[in-house]
Design a protein around this ligand. Structure first.
Ligand SMILES: Nc1nc2c(ncn2[C@@H]2O[C@H](COP(=O)(O)OP(=O)(O)OP(=O)(O)O)[C@@H](O)[C@H]2O)c(=O)[nH]1
Length: 131
């Protein structure tokens, strides 16, 4: 019988107010876009694993060039993905890139541990099923 492992991760979108954290999550979770969303967060700090998302890639006018953003991602040592909650472009990829990084980190932290059967860590937001 095929063994299925379920891992649960907590993730957190970070960024200035209005960059589109809520809409990005909505697009990923519900595949929906609701443009009028009230502000939900002020500033927060957090450590890696992290993916830098160049959001609103559908926008006609860029605030930051791809080169600048890629340079920043390199400095920070994180992956860079350009995405849009309006069109859904690369939204899935952004979250999957993050989950892959989390998974790699966990593997590094637990190199000896062989898990069998279902394993459950903490709840919220994203679950990854491996076959
Ligand atoms: N063009 C474009 N606009 C977007 C996109 N995503 C969000 N927006 C716009 O940006 C606004 C802010 O989006 P939110 O998701 O509320 O931003 P937030 O980062 O959660 O904001 P806070 O709650 O203040 O932290 C939305 O009302 C949309 O008008 C996108 O992919 N493309």
């Amino acid at each position: 019988m095929t063994e299925i492992q379920i891992r649960m991760f907590q993730i957190m979108p970070l960024g200035d107010s209005g960059v589109g954290k809520t809409t990005l999550l909505n697009r990923y979770i519900d595949d929906s876009y609701i443009p009028e969303i009230t502000n939900t967060l002020d500033n927060l700090e957090m450590s890696s694993p992290c993916v830098l998302v160049g959001h609103k890639s559908d926008h006609k006018h860029r605030c930051v060039s791809r080169e600048e953003a890629e340079e920043l991602a390199k400095e920070l040592g994180v992956s860079y993905v350009e995405a849009s909650s309006v069109t859904g472009h690369n939204v899935k990829e952004a979250f999957e890139t993050l989950v892959q990084q989390i998974y790699r980190e966990k593997k590094k932290q637990e190199p000896q541990k062989q898990e069998t059967g279902a394993s459950r860590k903490c709840s919220h937001c994203v679950g990854l099923c491996e076959r």
